[in-house]
Structure formats: structure tokens, C-alpha cells
Design a protein around this ligand. Structure first.
Ligand SMILES: *Cc1c(COP(=O)(O)O)cnc(C)c1O
Length: 394
């Protein structure tokens, strides 16, 4: 973020720290040599604690959607019953992949802006005749609505009625930014992507699987070749990937993890929480209604409703002209919301810059805004999260 570079506030791809960019420019190496093996080992070792697993994981060269597809085709067979809990556009996508490959999908569609209710998920599982669902799909952070599902509570509700269903979690836009404990919570597959919290370019999807999921892959019959997770696991054991990896992105993820290691996971999580608090408070002070049920507000992206009468195109042009890049809405809420991303390399300074710019443009558009109020609210909320300021009653 400076005069020459925009403040990229979309929920992925996220802005790259200078050392990550430099890493991506490095010369190629032999991906079947010892230097690559050491790098892969370092990445797996550093990434697993963010998944909360001691099990095996795979690094695939593809978009996050490829990671979702890998999860589906490796553990399912055509005709398998799946409960897809969808709270937005990405939940719908996960369900669609399974349908495309011939799974028998029942969608539990939650109103956009809401989180899934553990009791409702439990009831849906209880209503399914024996042998029950083969898998349940969950979205950890629904990037399209700014809602973060209570995954441990939902997983516990699933386990109350079903010990066998595989729980697959799309955490593409959350993992690395918020705590996750897949082993402790009984989750079977978790997917994330390099361009979200990992501060790298798009190009890698990371998939971790439980012992039960790895075993399920042995009998699952959906077609797969490029995304065969067993092929990846076998190859990773030899310090390689089965096919040529997106090497420049591997360099970047390695460097991103180095930065995260230096900062410390606790500080990384706290930084995201701080930035999220600033985003919510700032936008609210500007008179925008937050789209998500605030009990389940995302720590990586904030969505707000476009107020009646606001000329979004002109408004967004003003924001863009001042160097802040926001995201619009997706799917059925396109044209009704905008989103402010705060994940990856995000800093509080960048959030305050974004809020300040939105404030400036709001004033330009004669919105009923008091100059400086949003910045003050954002900073105060951030300081409260940092523990530097006692909470003030709203
Ligand atoms: C970004 C994202 C994905 C994957 O998107 P790609 O464009 O395929 O990388 C999947 N799920 C969620 C929740 C996401 O935010």
C-alpha cells in the first residue's frame, strides 16, 4: 500500500509481502532434487499445526476449487449420499462438484448471512435412514457473505448422531488466519488455498485428511488422476509431488510460512481479529449495515449491504481512484453488498487506510457521515481487541 500500489482489500488473492514476491522470482530448481524435498518438508511441518493435525496432507497445484474437487473425488463414489450444508456461494459450489461427479446430494441451504445451526444439521442427519450420509460438507468461512461457521459445534452435533459420516470442511479463506483443530474436532478433510491467508499467489491447494479419510480413499470410485490424493501422499513421502508443482508458488508459500513462523501463530490470529474488528466498527460508523449475523462474523472478510439509493459504481470508482480495491457481491447477492477483505498480510494501517478512503468517498457522496468518526471507531475497536483500551459501551 503506497502511492504506486493499491490497497488490495478483496478476500483473495491477497497482497504479497515483498519477500514473498522476491521468492516467486527465484530461479527454478530440480523438483526431483534434495532442495525441493527440504522445502516441501518445511512447508508440511509448518502448515500442519495450522490445520491442527499430525496426519498426512497433500499440496496440489491448482486453485482452491481443485482442492475441493480433490476432496470430493477421492473419498466418494457415484451414488453416495452427501449432506451439503451451504451458507452461501462457496457452499453451493462444493455441493455442485459432488453432484457433477454423481453423488446423491441433499442440500441444507441456510439463508445467506446466517451461519449453520448445529441443531439443524444434527436433525438433518438424524432424519436420514440407515446407513446414513457418507459425507457432510461444511464451509468454514463463507467468503461470499462474511460468515464464519462454528465448526467445532457443528462437528460435535454431527458426531452426536453419526460416528461414520466423513466431515469435509472448505477452509480455503480461513485456515492460517484463525485457529483450527481438525484432529481434536473430528474433521476428516480440510482444504485451503495459497492465495488467501498464506500470503502467496494463487496456484496451490492444500488438503489434509484424517486416517479415516485416507482409508475411505481406498474404496472410493469416483474418477481421479491429477487430483489423486494417494499419489500425492506417496510422492510427498519421497520429498516430491507426483506432477510438476507450481514451483514459484511453492517458493512463496515457503516464504509466507517463514514470515508466519517469525510472527507466531498467536500473533497472526490476533492481527486478523484486530483488523476484522476495525473493519466492522469502521463500516458500521459509516452507516453501512453489516450483512452477516454478527455472532458469526468472519475474521477474514466483512460484507455490508449497499444502502438504498447509493450509486455503487460511482462510489466504487471513487474508492478505486484513491487506491482501495473492494470486492462486490457474488451469486444472488451480487449488486446488493460489497466486501472488505482482511486476511493474509493485512495490517491495521491498511484497514484504517481503507476505512478512511471509504469515509472520504462517503462524504463526497453526501452520505450522512461525520468526518473522522469511522476512523476513530475503527481504531478504538482495534485497540479494544489488542487489549490496549477497555471496551466502551456502544
Ligand atoms: C477462494 C475460495 C475458494 C476457492 O477459490 P478458487 O478461486 O478456486 O481458488 C473456495 N472456497 C472459499 C470459501 C473461498 O473463499
Amino acid at each position: 500500500m503506497n502511492r504506486f500500489e493499491p490497497n488490495l482489500r478483496i478476500p483473495g488473492p491477497t497482497a504479497l509481502p515483498p519477500s514473498v514476491r522476491a521468492a516467486g522470482a527465484r530461479q527454478m530448481i530440480n523438483h526431483r532434487g534434495p532442495e525441493f524435498a527440504a522445502m516441501l518438508d518445511r512447508i508440511l511441518t509448518r502448515m500442519k499445526p495450522y490445520f491442527g493435525t499430525t496426519g498426512d496432507m497433500a499440496i496440489l497445484s491448482c486453485a482452491g476449487t481443485g482442492g475441493l474437487e480433490a476432496a470430493v473425488v477421492n473419498v466418494l463414489s457415484p451414488g453416495d449420499r452427501v449432506l451439503a450444508v451451504s451458507i452461501g456461494a462457496f457452499g453451493d459450489r462444493f455441493a455442485k462438484i459432488a453432484t457433477t461427479y454423481g453423488a446423491d446430494v441433499t442440500k441444507l441451504a441456510v439463508e445467506w448471512g446466517e451461519a449453520a445451526d448445529p441443531a439443524e444439521v444434527r436433525a438433518a442427519l438424524a432424519a436420514e435412514p440407515a446407513p446414513g450420509y457418507k459425507a457432510v460438507f461444511l464451509t468454514h468461512n463463507e467468503t461470499s457473505t462474511g460468515v464464519m461457521n462454528p465448526i467445532p459445534e457443528i462437528a460435535a452435533a454431527i458426531r452426536e448422531v453419526d460416528d461414520n459420516a466423513l466431515i469435509l470442511v472448505d477452509s480455503v479463506s480461513a485456515l492460517g488466519a484463525v485457529p483450527f483443530e481438525m484432529d481434536a474436532w473430528g474433521i476428516d478433510i480440510v482444504i485451503t488455498g495459497s492465495q488467501k491467508a498464506w500470503m502467496a499467489a494463487p496456484g496451490l491447494a492444500m488438503v489434509a485428511a484424517s486416517d479415516r479419510a485416507w482409508a475411505a480413499m481406498e474404496t472410493a470410485t469416483m474418477p481421479r488422476f491429477y487430483l489423486d490424493l494417494h499419489a500425492h501422499r506417496d510422492s510427498h513421502a519421497k520429498g516430491q509431488t507426483p506432477w510438476t508443482p507450481a514451483l514459484a508458488v511453492v517458493y512463496q508459500v515457503d516464504e509466507g510460512l517463514e514470515l508466519m513462523e517469525r510472527e507466531g501463530a498467536t500473533a497472526v490470529f490476533a492481527r486478523h481479529e484486530t483488523c476484522a474488528a476495525a473493519a466492522r466498527a469502521g463500516l458500521r460508523a459509516l452507516g453501512f449495515e453489516l450483512f452477516a449475523d454478527q455472532r458469526f462474523a468472519s475474521r477474514t472478510v466483512t460484507a455490508v449491504r449497499l444502502p438504498e439509493g447509493l450509486d455503487w459504481k460511482a462510489f466504487n470508482d471513487g474508492v478505486k481512484r484513491r487506491g482501495v480495491i473492494l470486492a462486490g457481491g457474488q451469486g444472488k447477492i451480487a449488486g446488493h453488498i460489497f466486501r472488505l477483505g482482511h486476511l493474509g498480510s493485512v495490517t491495521l494501517a491498511e484497514m484504517l487506510d481503507a476505512i478512511g478512503v471509504i469515509e472520504e468517498v462517503s462524504l463526497e457522496h453526501d452520505r450522512p457521515v461525520e468526518a473522522g468518526a469511522a476512523l476513530a471507531a475503527a481504531q478504538r475497536a482495534a485497540l479494544e481487541v489488542m487489549g490496549a483500551l477497555a471496551p466502551v459501551k456502544a
